[in-house]
Design a protein around this ligand. Sequence first.
Ligand code: NAP
Length: 242
Amino acid sequence: MTDIRKIALVTGGNQGIGYEICRQLGEAGVTVLVGARDETRGQDAARRLSEGGANAAFVRMDVTDPAQVRAAADAVSARYGRLDILVNNAGVLLPEQRPSDSGAELVREVYETNVFGVIRVTQAMLPLLRRSGDARIVNMSSSLGSLQLHGDPAFELGAFLMLGYNSSKTAVNAFTVLLAKELAEAGIKVNAADPGYCATGMTGYAPTRSAAEGARTPVRLALLPQDGPSGGFFGDGGPLPW
Ligand code: NAP
């Protein structure tokens, strides 16, 4: 029998904002595939989501490993035959302070997950997303990737000058815009989300904003109606500048 629930894959879905995206999509009746690079952490997250009432399963996927990404696409294809929602959430922030200190190797390492991982997973899942007929792609970006905000002296995160991390999100925004244009005719919406500055492992749990609050915008973009936008960059307050 065809599964009439929407099927979503969330990369890095085992903790932080990704886990909350899985939980909120599960609450909305979506079948969630928890992408995780670590089997124990991924299985544990899928179990907790299932215990909370979600229809959840673990999919092993290190986004930097092309063979694992291909195997994950094959597994989703064999089990579900299609994908309705892809949330490219997996991301890393490595220790870096100033643009003059971020060596090319460090920048490359950040890009391997935050940029090439997003491109790799999206391209691998695209045949499955095309079979949905009404698919959504959400790329996790950050206001730190906004060149316009960095040009504003009043930008509240303007002191964070991480060349690798910030520019990786600028690149994700570029991928979002270009892909959205290409996929418009296929009816696939592609948007970038800024979750806001949230308390997760990535931020040392320093901010007061919760991961659940951070998940709200990506979840909204994942569930956009047919007349919703594509090729945009959004936060809780609406569109953000590039
Ligand atoms: P987090 O708690 O550190 O979670 C990151 C997730 O990504 C983890 O599940 C991690 O897996 C996974 N991951 C990292 N590298 C991976 C790889 N190579 N393959 C597969 N999974 C991988 O961080 P978060 O704050 O929830 O961040 C989620 C997304 O939001 C990221 O893209 C981040 O850049 C973005 N974001 C966060 C904030 C914020 O304030 N927190 C603000 C703006 C944007 P493991 O558990 O195995 O490490």
